[in-house]
Design a protein around this ligand. Structure first.
Ligand code: SF4
Length: 368
């Protein structure tokens, strides 16, 4: 879905019956254009941008440096928030906190705060559900409903930051429900807002877009010069296995995606992360270690190894029902063998097994 915001609202009139213009999700340039078109000075756009995205203000009357009359016009004609808080759950195991938010269209989405030793990461959703049907993923079981707007993506941050403390969120990942690069325009707009110095204070190096591998869009994102980090959900170095667990691999096979991430790394001078979910007997064999090593020695990258949370309690069918987690002992051995070959490997948090750990699982109970 393209950005839903129309720039047609005339702030000089009182908007009585038409829908209000949603300002959240407009980039700095779009906000300046909006105010200019409404007969206001362009710098009002910068002021409103700063209030909405940096100070996380949700009421026009708190925008203290705007004239009172303008604040009233904005209240009559525009809206700020796109999401409402529904509920949250905190894991007693590792402090992971899951939020459920509701869009204006009454769809439920999920965001997660993941505390780790050296960072606290907020994981954002970009779609309601997901069309890609990865066999290890709870969101994949849901199917696809609709794309989120840039405002709905950013408002997950707004609500979580207000709840958890803005300074306590150190990293952002676009890795929740949905494939960000299949909602490209909204994702790029949200990234542009995050990347502005006037907003979160989180450096671009700590913002990561995670993709299942939409090769042409990876290159397009590289050319945007946003220079955020990129993670590829790799999960296997073999096309036949990857296609079984990630059907999108049939459309964009490994070679296309590896070429695209190499391009991304070169263009943005960033290190690529490969996400690797450990599936018993499927991608945790010695030949998988060998293939990962061959791939990773070619260019600057690292591997995030993720223990798999079984989906069995969701009664999936087909391959999803057969997948089991690699035992912890084998995960440690797998990681050690890669480290012995000088590959950087991290083992990532399992996200709180007591609170519907797999991505999308909590939201599913609302949507289906
Ligand atoms: S892993 Fe990501 S891309 Fe794959 S189905 Fe789940 S949300 Fe979609």
């Amino acid at each position: 879905m393209e950005n839903q915001i129309s720039l047609d609202t005339n702030l000089s009139t009182n908007n009585t019956n038409s829908e209000k213009t949603v300002l959240k999700g407009l980039t700095l340039d779009e906000l300046k254009a909006y105010f200019a078109k409404s007969g206001e000075p362009r710098f009002r756009g910068e002021q409103v941008f700063n209030w909405m995205y940096n100070h996380l203000v949700t009421d026009f009357f708190e925008m203290a440096n705007l004239p009172k009359v303008l604040r009233t016009k904005l209240k009559d004609n525009c809206e700020i928030m796109t999401l409402e808080y529904v509920e949250s759950e905190i894991s007693s195991i590792n402090g992971t906190k899951k939020y459920i938010f509701e869009t204006k269209a009454k769809n439920k989405i999920e965001s997660v705060i993941i505390p780790e030793e050296d960072r606290t990461t907020l994981c954002l959703s970009t779609q309601v559900g997901c069309p890609l049907d990865c066999k290890f993923c709870a969101t994949g079981l849901m199917g696809y409903k609709i794309n989120l707007t840039a405002g709905e993506i950013y408002d997950q941050y707004v609500i979580a930051a207000k709840d958890h403390g803005k300074d306590n969120i150190t990293n952002i990942v676009f890795m929740g429900m949905g494939e960000p690069l299949l909602n490209y325009n909204a994702t790029v707009n949200a990234l542009e807002i995050f990347a502005q110095e006037l907003t979160t204070g989180i450096s671009k190096k700590k913002i990561t877009v995670s993709t299942a591998g939409i090769a042409p869009k990876i290159k397009e994102l590289a050319d945007k010069n946003l220079n955020v980090k990129l993670a590829l959900s790799l999960h296997s170095c073999f096309d036949d296995i990857r296609s079984k667990i990630m059907p999108i691999n049939d459309k964009y096979p490994l070679k296309q995606n590896i070429d695209a991430v190499k391009y991304y790394a070169r263009k943005t001078r960033t290190r690529i992360t490969f996400e690797y979910i450990m599936l018993n007997g499927i991608n945790d064999r010695d030949e998988d270690i060998e293939a990962l090593w061959k791939l990773c020695k070619e260019f600057p990258c690292k591997i995030n190894v993720i223990p798999f949370n079984s989906l069995k309690h969701m009664n999936p069918s087909g391959l999803s029902a057969e997948l089991t987690p690699t035992p912890l002992e084998r995960i440690n051995e797998f990681v050690q063998q890669l480290r012995d070959k000088n590959i950087t490997v991290m083992i990532r948090n399992t996200q709180g097994e007591d609170i519907a750990a797999a991505c999308g699982q909590l939201a599913i109970k609302y949507n289906y």
